[in-house]
Design a protein around this ligand. Structure first.
Ligand SMILES: Nc1nc2c(c(=O)[nH]1)N[C@H]1C(S)=C(S)[C@@H](COP(=O)(O)O)O[C@H]1N2
Ligand SMILES: [Mo]
Length: 320
């Protein structure tokens, strides 16, 4: 059981922001300083020798190094050194160091539940079976910062098709690795480990929904969720679960780690929505890491053409 605790005691997704606000109010340029300290690529193009992105995802209008809206990719250094990964740390700037020696091979992924074809995959076999393609996606954290990341991966829909959900399957439940020896953050009693996330089946089957194995043309580094993580670009970043070991088709809506930790702040749907604020801060704008100006937050993070129909007739304020 998860111990219940007051939201003032939570360090998640929230404390970070209120701390920045506090420091700003105190007259310190805290936000900019803190970010430049942990985002070395600030304002610079990617210089890490990573291959330039050449192909576009859903839209074919992208220029190399940009998403389909013309937004520049966030530098490789920022993407790999500013991370949310509570299994390792509640601070974003030391995850990369703490996760450095995390063992990501061999790795097994168990696909089961309400399917006709349950199977446990070795990750290497899975990668051979479903070759990676590049998708340049915006990633919007619920904490009101964002990045543009060129992922390599394959649509979850392909794996689901092979698993062959039964008619009783309505949701997909994802589970991350539980290993408190290797993941020191799992010694925190404030969270109901392992990290769990979920999608409605039709969301999971949408072509945008990616199982990522790499970024910038290289294997995922541990801090970004190696060897296998979800990417759901129209939802807040916490839906994009890292270090997946289990994917189950289920009948009932899964309860995620964040819903469990703070149900009034983090809902199941978590669709990016500039008109529905977090109880403690506005979601109207976001800080694009590596840039100075704030961006306006876009409905469904700018992917409405592909996903708005999934929510027709739903009250997106109630289903936050
Ligand atoms: N297993 C796991 N997955 C996770 C998290 C986490 O703490 N544990 N954090 C989430 C949050 S809040 C965000 S914003 C993204 C960050 O992904 P990135 O570090 O690759 O940018 O990962 C998400 N996936
Ligand atoms: Mo996040």
């Amino acid at each position: 059981m998860t111990p219940k605790f007051r939201s003032s005691e939570i360090t998640p997704e929230a404390e970070y922001w209120s701390r920045r606000r506090f420091l700003k109010a105190a007259g310190v340029a805290a936000g900019a300083l803190a970010l430049s300290a942990c985002a070395p690529g600030l304002g610079q193009p990617a210089t890490t020798g990573a291959p330039a992105s050449t192909s576009a995802p859903a839209a074919s209008t992208s220029q190399p190094g940009k998403d389909e809206l013309g937004d520049a990719e966030t530098s490789y250094d920022s993407v790999t050194s500013y991370n949310n990964y509570y299994e390792f740390s509640q601070s974003k700037d030391n995850v990369a160091v703490l996760a450095k020696n995390f063992k990501t091979s061999p790795w097994m992924v168990e696909v089961g539940g309400l399917v006709n074809n349950p199977k446990t995959y070795d990750l290497d076999d899975l990668r051979k079976k479903f070759p990676a393609e590049e998708r340049i996606y915006r990633m919007r954290c619920v904490e009101a910062w964002s990045m543009v990341i060129p992922w390599d991966g394959f649509p979850l829909a392909k794996l689901l098709k092979e698993a062959d959900p039964t008619s009783a399957a309505k949701y997909v439940r994802f589970e991350a690795l539980l290993d408190p020896k290797e993941m020191p953050g799992q010694q925190s009693p404030y969270f109901n480990w392992p990290y769990v996330e979920g999608l409605r089946l039709d969301e999971a089957q949408n072509d945008l929904t990616l199982l990522a194995t790499g970024l910038y043309g290289k294997d995922l580094p541990p801090q970004n969720g190696a060897p296998l993580r979800l990417v759901v670009p129209w939802k807040y970043g916490f839906k994009s679960i890292k270090a997946i070991v289990k994917i189950d088709l289920v009948a009932d809506m899964p309860v995620s780690l964040w819903m469990n930790a703070s149900p009034t702040e983090y809902g199941f749907y978590a669709n990016v929505n500039p008109t529905v604020d977090h109880p403690r801060w506005s979601q109207a704008t976001e800080e694009r890491i590596g840039e100075n100006a704030r961006h306006k937050t876009l409905m469904f993070n700018g992917y409405g053409d592909q996903v708005a129909s999934l929510y027709q007739g739903m009250d997106l304020r109630a289903n936050f």
